[in-house]
Design a protein around this ligand. Structure first.
Ligand code: SF4
Length: 451
């Protein structure tokens, strides 16, 4: 699929460890796949909050000298993919504010669906906003609350917002983690081996910093981290789980445990299911790297068709400011993906991808494989057709750009110039990830929105 759909952000929080900002920095490295536009960390030494945020990749934003200025035993961090708001530095997180109870910083993964309504009301009441981020609403709601403790103000504020949020708040002495009642976006807690806790969007951050997974923050739960105490849990909302199934399809790193299950194993299951319900006679199974790799392994294991590396991905390409012209329209994909001609030539190839969004990338891949000598190219997709945009923290193109919203599967097959095309359907996707329809969000495949 390659960049047609993007997770908006990742969050991480460290509490009770003297190397809090360094651990947040390393965790953000592990979470970089969830946002590459900007990165930031706020830390607290118990007296004051310190914040550094900037556009760019985590390794560009921070260095040893900067991390040394982020002192203290607690820190929260964020990587951003710009969507709600824009990509200016003002819209990087953490969002920092001084208010009547002191100082606070917030990081947010998700999207608030009633953000405009709340913002308009706050502006009518005299609030001034510095950014376009829905996260800034929370600062105002917390500042306006008449409760005396921050934890009560957070509860007041989240009762007014709707949508998807995994939030971390940092005050001078405490850290708070809050997840919406649907648990759209993942958020897990771990124990650091050298003292303290970590809370992060994905458990792949835990492995890097030597933390042991404890559990997920429950949907609707507020967790309060306070010095010398076990984290305190408050059930703010009755949980009504609607986890984002796209985390399994594409966003999360395969080495993470998300919603209690191994992402790699779930993707392999999807490939196996695809082989069972959409078999085809072929000589080799190849993945579209990197997203299609686990599902292609599963497809190969179930079908008995040998797995091969048929496409190489160039990981060092980064962003190019030279957009290929119409006459060089295949260049962009070729810069990233190259065919392994000797593997492909004369073969009937099953190529497995995690999804098809606009269809243009798939078309270029099929062409590339045929130009490399493939006898037949059969595209297999380990998710259902993407027909609807996401409003819960994922950047998807408008409906008119989603190929499956505008074409039948046969038409898409002709458009991408494949010999055959098949997708998983919703029921088989849910079966592959051991999920019940009532506890997962599948809106981008079904249009059934919950909020
Ligand atoms: S609409 Fe799709 S991407 Fe968005 S939360 Fe639901 S399943 Fe995930």
């Amino acid at each position: 699929m390659l960049e047609d759909v993007n997770e908006k952000c990742a969050v991480v929080g460290i509490y009770g460890n003297e190397e809090a900002s360094k651990l947040a920095y390393f965790s953000l490295h592990a979470l970089q796949h969830r946002g590459q536009e900007a990165a930031g960390i706020s830390s607290s030494d118990g007296k004051k909050l310190y914040t550094i945020k900037k556009r760019g990749l985590v390794m560009r934003v921070f260095d040893e000298r900067k991390l040394k200025t982020l002192t203290g035993s607690s820190a929260i961090g964020h990587t951003r993919y710009s969507t709600a708001g824009d990509d200016s530095i003002l819209d990087a997180q953490p969002v920092f504010a001084r208010y009547d109870l002191g100082e606070m910083a917030i990081v947010h993964n998700g999207n608030l669906t009633n953000a405009k309504e709340i913002r308009d009301k706050l502006i009518d009441e005299g609030a001034i906003f510095q950014t376009f981020m829905d996260t800034e609403n929370l600062i105002h709601l917390i500042a306006k609350s008449e409760k005396r403790r921050l934890q009560d103000r957070i509860i007041d504020a989240v009762k007014k917002i709707e949508g998807a949020y995994s939030l971390l708040f940092l005050s001078r002495t405490k850290m708070f983690a809050m997840r919406d009642r649907f648990g759209f976006r993942p958020l897990s807690i771990g124990k650091l081996s050298n003292g303290g806790y970590i809370v992060a969007s994905e458990t792949c951050a835990f492995d890097l910093v030597g933390a042991k997974f404890i559990r997920d923050v429950e949907p609707g739960e507020l967790l309060i981290f306070n010095e010398g105490k076990e984290p305190q849990s408050i059930k703010v909302f009755e949980p009504m789980p609607k986890h984002c199934i796209f985390e399994y399809v594409y966003f999360a790193r395969p080495d993470s445990i998300v919603f209690g299950q191994s992402v790699y194993q779930m993707r392999k299951n999807m490939g196996k299911e695809l082989a069972r319900i959409k078999p085809i006679e072929a000589d080799i199974v190849i993945p579209v790297p990197d997203g299609g790799v686990p599902a292609a392994i599963g497809y190969s294991q179930e079908s008995g068709i040998p797995y091969e590396m048929g496409i190489m991905r160039n990981h060092y390409i980064g962003r190019t400011f030279i957009e290929p012209t119409q006459s060089m329209r295949d260049l962009k994909v070729k810069m990233k993906l190259s065919p392994m001609t000797e593997t492909i030539k004369g073969k009937r190839v099953v190529v497995v991808d995690d999804s098809i969004v606009r269809g243009t990338t798939s078309k270029r891949i099929v062409r590339m494989l045929k130009e490399a000598g493939a006898k037949e190219v059969h595209m297999r997709v380990s998710s259902p057709p993407t027909t609807d945009p996401c409003y819960y923290g994922v950047d998807t193109p408008n409906k008119n750009k989603l190929i499956a919203a505008n074409m039948s599967i046969d038409d898409i097959c002709r458009f991408i110039e494949a010999d055959s095309l098949a997708y998983l359907d919703e029921a088989s996707l849910l079966r592959s990830v051991n999920a019940k329809e009532e506890t997962y969000c599948t809106a981008c495949f079904t249009g059934k929105y919950i909020v």
